[in-house]
Design a protein around this ligand. Sequence first.
Ligand code: ADP
Ligand code: MG
Length: 244
Amino acid sequence: MALLDIQGVGKRFGALQALEGVDVSVSEGSFHGLIGPNGSGKSTLLKAIAGEHLPDAGRIGFRGQDITLAGPAERARAGLSLKFQITAVLRSLTVYDNLLLALQAASGVGPLLFSRTRRGLHGPVMEQLDAFRLADRAEDVAGVLSHGQQQWLEIAMALAARPKLLLLDEPTGGMSPEERRATGELLQPIRGHCALVIVEHDLDFIKDLCDVLTVLDGGRVLDHGTVAEIEQSARVQEVYTRRA
Ligand code: ADP
Ligand code: MG
């Protein structure tokens, strides 16, 4: 059974059919890229998975549960994590405290226990900061991090709840080439235990990172397959040349 099973999803904004008959299947632990021209419905699809836009047709199944109309809390409990939505970096808190709060929220510990769990969570906080190249920035307030480092902190926070699926919409937007390369590396360790659905403009980045790609065009699935299959797809090449 697929981890995420999207069937016939449609979303209309007034007269505009932003998504129509979209089928996507994401296996447990796999990295799935969403590509397609501007306005093809990539962000709308991520938002439908996250519950920010409810689809007006079709069904979204997650770990065998119908989450098409589920609220954000229910989705988070089911193991879904959307960077930007469920987590938000507090710029005036230290990098350390941001991650500590995310881990505390994930472990469901109330603020009364703050002083005790602070010590208990020190190991996990430092481990996660280390994994995201932020250990040496632990005591800095999050607001002074570079754009790329803030993105990494958000991803680290989104992973605190040990989700089964992470959704990222253009995480490398505005990053330097070096930060972009590092982002690909930082995501590798989650492979196998947390699936990823990622939207990216940078085709080289997404081809290196992902196992499977779905190509959207005009709100419909134009093609899907392995990176090698998509690279060979005449339909996909046609769309990219048409828009170039
Ligand atoms: P992509 O992420 O692939 O660039 P989007 O999913 O953001 O595309 O948008 C798909 C289409 O839906 C676009 O034509 C966009 O203008 C439209 N759209 C997206 N969000 C809204 C909204 N909240 N209200 C109205 N139209 C929207
Ligand atoms: Mg978008």
